[in-house]
Design a protein around this ligand. Structure first.
Ligand SMILES: Cc1cc2nc3c(=O)[nH]c(=O)nc-3n(C[C@H](O)[C@H](O)[C@H](O)COP(=O)(O)O)c2cc1C
Length: 418
């Protein structure tokens, strides 16, 4: 059988071939690997080895062998992801949810993979609404290197963007790597980039997997839980406290998940009383995700939450809905400065980060691109994407006359009806 180290998501082991470098004879079964054995890539013990499929093994083996010789770039990991996600995602140059993409179109009850719910119109609306704003170039001003740092949840981070909460390797990502490998790549890649990663929640794995992996990452991360029963959420929040997480959240827009309901883990809409009870149950900042209207944003503010997260789940829950960039300015108008605002939806580049911040967010979050890179290259590939986005954000700030994030506002944007 064949295995992958779920800590680094890079090292692969084939029982038949053994491993010359770590002195494992051909035919050494996993149970016969000595307890003292350590992964030659990340140094973790053999407990992190988990079985993977043969086709994924060969892809990972090629990547592992090649990385030993060469430094690989983002396009290299993108090409691995494209192969891993055959039939689900084309890893196109622009991930925009447009109708001709592999991921889009009705799925008639099958998994939506990387696409959107229904006809994928909300996913498309996220992209179109953000791109309907153009950046206004303004270059005559004394030069200063842009300060991209921001304070949030009592931490100062180097960049105003994070990785969105992601999950579901089995159904949405061709079952290519174990779920915990996805989470580790997201969390470690964010941490080593001076940011904070989020992890999601899927009924395919124990509902406390994400929070435990955040704990393993010294608490540096944010688990987002599905809106299960109050009783279960209070238990998960307690566990999050024990793991000393930076913050925790609930994706309230998960309430419509037929997948969770079908897996006998019912999810619910939450009342104002219930969200306040969740906030009051912990000292940790509580984030409510899936907010798409001013009425809900005010309720989140009134609950005492740590942040309000404007998102429609990348268009994956309610089709025929508004794009995030359509609703963000009105919501920000109501709550900005009173509570941190997080927002995601088709943010792909540093230029997009600047736009969504200008529309009112304090932190931009990136989903699909980081999921692809984490399964393909773990934290190494995720870190490369953070750098890519950071470099473009810096350029964008210089060219729009912004020295720091306080200067990023609607004045740097032009609304068009593209
Ligand atoms: C494959 C996949 C799995 C996701 N899983 C979760 C999840 O478990 N919890 C959650 O809050 N959001 C989840 N999301 C939504 C993301 O957190 C985020 O809102 C969305 O991806 C942002 O849009 P973008 O992908 O266009 O950047 C998921 C998104 C994708 C694409």
């Amino acid at each position: 059988m064949k295995y992958i180290c779920t800590y680094c998501n890079t090292y692969v082991y084939d029982e038949e071939k053994g491993d010359h470098d770590t002195k494992l004879e051909p035919g050494t079964n996993i149970e016969d690997i000595p307890e003292s054995w350590l992964c030659p890539v990340c140094g973790m013990p053999k407990d992190y080895l988990q079985e993977i499929r043969d086709d994924i093994f060969s892809l990972k083996m090629t990547a592992y062998t090649e990385t030993q010789h060469d430094t690989k770039d983002l396009n290299y990991y993108r090409s691995i992801a494209r192969k891993m996600l055959t039939g689900i995602c084309g890893e196109y140059p622009v991930c925009d949810g447009q109708p001709d993409r592999t991921c889009t179109g009705q799925k008639f009850g099958a998994s939506i993979g990387f696409g959107g719910a229904g006809q994928g119109k909300t996913f498309e609306a996220n992209y179109n609404s953000l791109q309907s704003y153009k950046l206004k170039m303004k270059v005559i001003k004394e030069h200063n290197e842009p300060d991209m740092s921001v304070s949030i949840f009592n931490k100062k981070i180097g960049v105003p963007f994070m990785g969105a909460s992601l999950s579901g390797v089995k159904t949405s990502m061709n079952d290519v790597v174990p779920e915990d490998a996805l989470y580790r790549g997201l969390l470690k890649g964010a941490m080593s980039s001076g940011s904070i990663g989020l992890v999601g929640n899927t009924p395919e794995s124990p509902d406390d997997l994400g929070v435990k992996i955040v704990g393993e990452n010294h608490g540096w991360g944010i688990p987002i839980f599905k809106p299960q029963s109050q009783e279960r959420l209070l238990q998960l929040i307690k566990l999050a406290e024990e793991m000393d997480v930076i913050a925790l959240g609930i994706d309230l827009d998960g309430a419509g998940s037929t997948y969770w309901n079908a897996s006998n883990k019912p999810v619910y809409r939450k009342s104002e009383k219930e969200i306040t009870e969740l906030v009051d149950s912990t000292e940790k900042p509580v984030i409510f995700k899936g907010i798409m209207c001013t009425e809900d944003a005010i309720k989140v503010l009134d609950s005492g939450a740590g942040a309000c997260y404007i998102s429609n789940h990348g268009g994956r829950v309610l089709d025929g809905g508004q794009g995030v960039a359509e609703v963000l300015p009105d919501i920000a108008n109501e709550i900005a400065g009173k509570i941190p605002i997080l927002a995601d939806g088709a943010v792909r580049t540093g230029f997009d980060v600047l736009k969504i911040l200008a529309l009112g967010a304090d932190i931009a979050l990136i989903g699909r691109p980081l999921a692809r890179l984490s399964i393909a290259g773990g934290d190494v590939a995720v870190k490369m994407y953070y750098k890519y986005v950071k470099d473009d954000l810096k350029k964008a700030m210089i060219l729009t006359g912004c020295d720091n994030l306080n200067e990023v506002n609607m004045d740097i944007l032009v609304a068009t009806n593209r």
